[in-house]
Structures are given as C-alpha cells and as structure tokens.
Design a protein around this ligand. Structure first.
Ligand code: S3P
Length: 447
C-alpha cells in the first residue's frame, strides 16, 4: 500500500463576494455504479462526465482487477468492456478502495455471488469503518467474509459457489447496503428482494433498469421493496453522469454565507432521493432557484442559481429527511452558524460511521470557530449568530474526510478571522478541482 501523503494545510479567508459559474464534477454515486455495471455488462459501456476523483479511480482500477477493460478516452470520457454477470475473474492482488466506503461495499456485493476470492483494504479512514452491514446480508447469499475485529478491513471475501437468492430488510437507511444486496442478487438464480423503510438514493435501481435488468418496485406501509430477477444479461449503455448535488452543496452554501455572492451551478442532479439539502435551504429562506429542469441520462437535472440574501433562518430538519441529504450535514452545519437562530438536525447517527465521525468532527471544528452548539448521540443543534457572523480563527482537523475539509474552507470564506484546515489532500477523493473552482468564483485560499 502506498504511504499516506504528507498533510497539506490550507487557509481560507474572507475576501468579498463569490460570483460566476461553478461547473461541479460528475456525481460520485452514479460514477461508481456506471463503472461497476459497465463491468458486469456484455459489451462496451460509454460513460461521459465521470467523476475523476480518487474514490472513483480506485473503483475503475478494481474493475480492471476483476477482468473488465476500463479505458479513459478523454476528460470524463471512459469506456468499460464488461465481462458479464458472473464473469468476474479472481483479482491477482489486494483491492485497495482508498477512502471509499461506496466503492468497497458495492464491489463486495458485485463479487459476492461469483466463486472467486478477493481481499479488500483502504486508507486509515476506510479501515476504521464497519463492513458487517454488507457482509451480513452477503452471507445470506452464501458468501463468507473474514476481516479484522468489528468487521473491519482488510477483509477477504469468498464468493458463493452456489448462490441463493435473498430477501432482506435493511436495518439502517443505506444505499450502499441496498446496492450491495442488489448487485449480489444479479448472479443469484430467482428473485432477490430488498426492503428499505426510508428511501435512500436510488441510482442503482435506475441504472440496473437502464442496463436491462428486470426489477420491480413494491410500495407498502412497511417500506419500499425492490425485487430483482437474477442472472440477466446486462446490455452496455451510454451513461451521461449528472453533476453531483453533494459537491454542488459547497459552492451553493459558500454563496449563501458570503455577502454579495451570486453563483450559478448548471446541470446538477435533482434526483428526489438526493435533494434534502436543497429543500432545507428553501425552508431556511435561501434565495435559490432551480432553472431549466430536464432529464439527462435518466436523471432529473436543473441549473441552480443562488444569491446571498442574508436573513437565513434556523430550522428543524426532520429526521426522515436524513437519507436524502446524509452527505450534506457537515456543510449545512457550517451554514447554520450564519443563520438567525437554532438549526436542529436529528436522526443523524449514521454520520458517526462515515469517512470520519462527522458529527464529532463538525461539533469540535465549529466550537473552535466560536459557534455555540449542542451535540447529541443522534443530533446536532447549531446556534446561528445571524448578522454577528462567525468568529473563525481556528485550525480544524479534517480527519481524512473530504467533506469536513470543504465545509470548513467554505466557512472560512465568511468568518471574521481566517480558518485553517490541517489537510486539504482528502478533497481529491470527491472534488479534485474544488480549490481552483472556488478560486475562480473569488475565494481566497492559501497553503
Ligand atoms: C452512497 C451512499 C451513502 C453516502 C455515500 C454514497 C452511495 O452512504 O453517504 O457518500 O453512493 O450509495 P450510506 O449508504 O452509508 O448511507
């Protein structure tokens, strides 16, 4: 495994309004899935707008290790010549998924019903995250996993030689677990069904249908069940990846923090399973418009136009919205510090097992920047100071977490004193062009 890179401290300071167009990168969730489903199809899938962040590049490398031919033909343009469902070859070496929980969990699902053995690892953040949430349902198919204590990486997965289909109800709202089960179900005979009580992002279902898998959705009071018929022949597709609403959240939030800002973010996914952050902004009184709504590559997209208007109100974010904005809580917490009054975020225990314990990372960082808050096991309340703003003037530990890093750099653009993060390196996992893109809008960052 390569040695961890030296930390790259970065300071953000207030320097006037942000203005212009922010072309954020392709959606991370869709990018992982396009590579994996492309590898499981027979023939050549063409992907445009792929996120070329480290997380996704690690998944591309993994698909090569499992036998697919994955090539970059231009910026964001990739082809994947797939090996077909059940056609994965046994990797010759350990699969390193870097920082990516989505990568490792989806790939484990995709190989779990093929009789091969693979060993997975990742960076220090990924090695601290629980894998039992995917290996438990994968065991029901007949796969066996051996990992470190607490179900942690490195971990070896032995794919089932004679997989059986599975019916599984998700114990946590997790698109990664749902997707792992569906991908495993691809090579099991018969019908695999997965039920979720709260809707999580649905890119896997959408894309499976696009690749020609047979699936149906059953809605019932106890939840939404996706029923997949196993052993289809997946047909290669042209996948146009929409821009990532989770990445768009950073320039959008920064524009709402910095007085005088006006920013346009074109072509952002408006998938309803991903838009909780934007619904929350509207409730807080943000000046945000969703223009030119259209369908691109099977996903609803729109051009976002956001203006700083001041006067954001603190609100209560309902717990049943958590799954639709799980990655946006860090930047929402930063933004809430500039709103008038208290913003209460409940039902966010999952943040404790993301790339870092995001609840704790945000609470400690915000406190260091002079923000009053209350942290619960499953909640965070941020007391916004309104026009008085945020003191800043702190150095914040990002804990190998790209979203913590970007959240505090955004906050530093509007705080009274500069904010330094101890490491900007992790930003490359999801948003490699974040620093130049924000600088293009007028942000001031310095190493
Ligand atoms: C993702 C699902 C979410 C999210 C992650 C991407 C996905 O994780 O936090 O960034 O692409 O399926 P969970 O499944 O753990 O909620």
């Amino acid at each position: 495994m390569p040695a961890p890179a030296a930390p790259e401290p970065m300071t953000a300071r207030a320097a006037g309004p942000l203005r212009g167009t922010a072309e954020v990168p392709g959606d991370k969730s869709v990018s992982h899935r396009a590579l994996i489903l492309g590898a499981l199809a027979v023939g050549t899938t063409r992907i445009s707008g792929l996120l070329e962040g480290e997380d996704v590049l690690d998944t591309a490398a993994a698909m090569r290790a499992f036998g697919a031919t994955v090539e970059r033909t231009g910026p964001g343009e990739w082809t994947v010549a797939g090996v077909g469902v059940g056609g994965f070859a046994e990797p010759r070496d350990v699969i390193d998924c870097g920082n990516s929980g989505t990568g490792v969990r989806l790939i484990m699902g995709a190989m779990a019903t093929t009789p091969i053995v693979a060993t997975f690892t990742g960076d220090a953040s990924l090695r601290s995250r629980p894998m039992g949430r995917v290996t438990d349902p994968l065991a029901l198919f007949g796969a066996r996993a051996v990992g470190r204590k607490g179900g942690r990486l490195p971990m070896t997965l032995v794919g089932a030689a004679e997989p059986v289909p599975v019916r599984y109800t998700l114990p946590v709202a997790s698109a990664q677990v749902k997707s792992a089960v569906l991908l495993a179900g691809l090579n099991a005979p018969g019908e695999t069904a997965v039920t979720e009580r709260e809707p999580s992002r649905d890119h896997t279902e959408r894309m499976l249908a696009g690749f020609g898998a047979r699936l149906r959705i059953e809605e019932a009071p106890e939840g939404r069940t996706i029923v997949l018929t196993g052993q289809p022949e997946l047909r290669p597709q042209a996948v146009a990846v929409p821009r990532d609403p989770s990445s768009a959240a950073f320039p959008v939030a920064a524009a709402l923090m910095v007085p005088g800002s006006a920013v346009r973010v074109p072509g952002v996914s408006r998938n309803p399973t991903r838009d909780g952050f934007y619904r929350t902004l509207v409730e807080m009184g943000a000046d945000i418009a969703f223009e030119n709504p259209r369908i691109e590559g099977g996903e609803p997209v729109a051009d976002l136009r956001v203006r700083h208007s001041g006067g954001l109100r603190g609100i209560e974010v309902p717990p049943d919205r958590a799954a639709s904005m799980i990655d946006e809580y860090p930047v929402l917490a930063a933004l809430a510090a500039f709103a008038e009054g208290r913003t209460l975020m409940r039902g966010i225990r999952e943040l404790r097992v993301t790339e870092s314990d995001r609840l704790d990372a945000m609470a400690r960082g915000l406190e260091a920047c002079g923000v009053c808050l209350e942290e619960g096991e499953d909640s965070l309340a941020v007391h916004g100071a309104g026009p008085a703003g945020v003191a800043g003037g702190a150095r914040v530990a990002v804990r190998l977490d790209h979203r913590i890093a970007m959240s505090f750099l955004c906050l530093g653009l509007a705080a009274r004193a500069p904010v330094t993060i101890d490491d900007a390196g992790p930003i490359a996992t999801s948003f490699p062009a974040f620093l130049p893109l924000m600088a293009g809008l007028g942000a001031v960052f310095a190493p």
